[in-house]
Design a protein around this ligand. Structure first.
Ligand SMILES: [Zn+2]
Length: 560
């Protein structure tokens, strides 16, 4: 059990942090004994815990008492943790790199972790403000330059690493559905379901340019095969017949998505009204943000999608800055498609720090906007669904991978091969940390002139091979809700046997949870230099209630 000793303004964000690192914990009670005490600077009883983790990005009275050599650092510092960059956005207090330099700056020979053994106990001084970092990640988010770092997961991993190195046993419920390796959420923003809707506007001229001159240039640069140019030229030549209604619309891709995603959950975000670009917090919005279709135009296709077990949710216009408008947009969608659920993703990913609260008041159950237009990765530093500060019940399912961010010339401008490297790295993180890889492949992206279907098919194959569960967005959020409801009862460790009870709200139709039992070590391994000092773990699946005992004999450094 971890006792958590924080200042009152840190309590809410600490609670959310321990929904993401789901392990037995409670707010510190004076007089109580804990395995681990996590303090952000408040003083504790000297007998309170075997291991004290003291987080703070500035000099503390503790440092003076124990002669901890603190070097105040700058804000916005970059350190490394387990050979990965770890950006810290708030104040840091660095120490000369010595024993236990887990978070370090090699060039300056500094570390953010410092081991202090005194009075028969161990205190690890950690020179940053954990919960302020978490708050920043879950509100402002990371700049695009740091998108590749799952910073929040690394903060969790450091805490886990410090506990397991100390020889203290640890239980947790990882963000991994039982029977799978991680979650994959396939989503499609419906921005342009038909080229027919765009006669002589910027969208049509853009299509003609990219299908002809743009494609030729891509073939010359080796970005597309010759066959793609032929297909795009053919689609451009047929355009007059599309407007006359005698040729198939090249952007009509609903049936193809249903075919290639057969048997998988998928979520379609639909704009309810035509011709309205929306508002922004500081004035006007480009007219090109207005939709060329309304929900009624694609009603039969949406009914087919729902019949196939997929999900329809709102692609919002003004919902992110006005809760009344959000309610109206949702009702407009539900008027046409009764089965549309309470989820939302904003068109063009319009969002600001107040949006979670506004969407929450607007009655939405989940949002999936937090991501980047210009790159792929972890804006919130995590791929877990979380409750943003300020929201009472809204969950955020962060968006990780978007087609246009990968391939647009003014965004990452990646080739297919480079795109795979970038996305597969995210899949590696998913296998390591758990969570949901949420992907947005736009409606017209598998059609001429983009022709990004081959990449998408490879991605689906890779996700399946790596053992992903494919729920719709609301099913994924519901699974995370089941995990949030889980609570540990009594836990005891004796002679290499752990006994525990855990229960969670049953949630039929979603996979179960699992308890991960990290094997304890015979003694502390703070001196070890190995990158991953884990003694291994055992996973036990459960759904509902579980009382069990497991033999996890103490190990001496073997990985099994
Ligand atoms: Zn959109």
């Amino acid at each position: 059990m971890i006792g958590v000793l924080v200042q009152s303004h840190e309590r809410e964000i600490a609670r959310e942090f321990f929904e993401l690192f789901k392990t037995p914990w409670e707010f510190y009670r004076r007089g109580q004994r804990y395995d681990v005490l996590l303090s952000t600077g408040e003083e504790w009883d000297s007998e309170a815990a075997k291991l004290v983790l003291l987080y703070r990005g500035k000099r503390l009275p503790f440092d003076a008492r124990k002669n901890v050599p603190v070097r105040p650092g700058a804000e916005g510092a970059m350190f490394s943790y387990q050979a990965r960059p770890l950006p810290l956005y708030g104040a840091v207090a660095a120490f000369p790199a010595g024993q236990l330099a887990l978070v370090k700056d090699d060039a300056r020979n500094e570390s953010l972790t410092f081991l202090s053994r005194c009075e028969g106990g161990v205190t690890v001084r950690i020179g940053y403000d954990l919960f302020e970092e978490v708050r920043l990640l879950l509100t402002v988010g990371q700049p695009p330059a740091n998108a590749g770092t799952p910073a929040l997961e690394l903060h969790i991993d450091l805490l886990r690493e410090l506990i397991t190195r100390s020889g203290i046993p640890l239980l947790e419920i990882p963000p991994v559905p039982d029977g799978y390796e991680f979650i994959a959420c396939l989503t499609h923003d419906l921005d342009h379901p038909a080229l027919r809707n765009h006669c002589c506007d910027h969208t049509m001229f853009g299509f003609l340019y990219r299908a002809t001159i743009g494609s030729l240039s891509e073939v010359c640069r080796g970005r597309k095969p010759l066959g793609a140019l032929a297909r795009n030229l053919g689609a451009a030549a047929k355009l007059p017949f599309v407007y006359l209604g005698i040729a198939k619309d090249p952007w009509a891709s609903f049936d193809r998505y249903l075919e290639i995603e057969a048997g998988l959950g998928s979520t379609y975000f639909v704009i309810p009204m035509k011709g309205y670009p929306g508002r922004s917090s500081n004035g006007s919005v480009p007219g090109s943000r207005a939709s060329g279709y309304s929900v009624d135009d694609i009603k039969p296709q949406l009914e087919k999608i729902i019949a196939a077990g997929c999900e329809v949710a709102l692609h919002g216009i003004d919902a992110w800055l006005d809760s009344d408008r959000g309610g109206e947009e949702r009702e407009e969608l539900a008027r046409s498609v009764a089965a549309a659920n309470g989820g939302v993703r904003m068109h063009w990913l319009f969002f600001d720090e107040k949006s979670p609260e506004i969407l929450d008041r607007g009655g939405f159950s989940y949002d999936s906007t937090v991501g980047y237009n210009e790159t792929v990765g972890y804006r919130a530093g995590t791929m877990q669904a979380y409750r943003p500060p300020g929201a009472a019940s809204l969950m955020e399912l962060p968006l990780l991978v978007m087609d246009t961010a990968l391939f647009y010339p003014d965004r990452r401008n990646l080739s297919n091969a480079r795109g795979e490297q970038v996305v597969w790295r995210i899949l590696d993180d998913a296998a390591r940390f758990g969570g949901a890889v949420t992907v947005n492949w736009h409606d017209r992206s598998i059609a001429p002139e983009r022709l990004w279907e081959d990449f998408y098919l490879n991605l689906l194959r890779e996700l399946k091979t790596r053992g992903a569960w494919f729920p719709t967005a609301s099913q994924a959020v519901s699974w995370f809700g089941k995990r949030r409801s889980a609570a540990f009862g009594a836990v005891s460790w004796e002679d290499g046997v752990v006994k525990f009870n855990v229960s969670a709200n049953p949630n039929p139709g979603t996979p179960g949870l699992r308890v991960r039992v990290h094997k304890p070590r015979a003694e502390d391994h703070f001196a070890t230099t190995s990158v991953n000092s884990s003694a291994g773990f055992v996973d036990v699946g459960f759904d509902g209630n579980l009382t069990t005992s497991i033999t996890v004999s103490k190990t001496h450094g073997t990985n099994n």
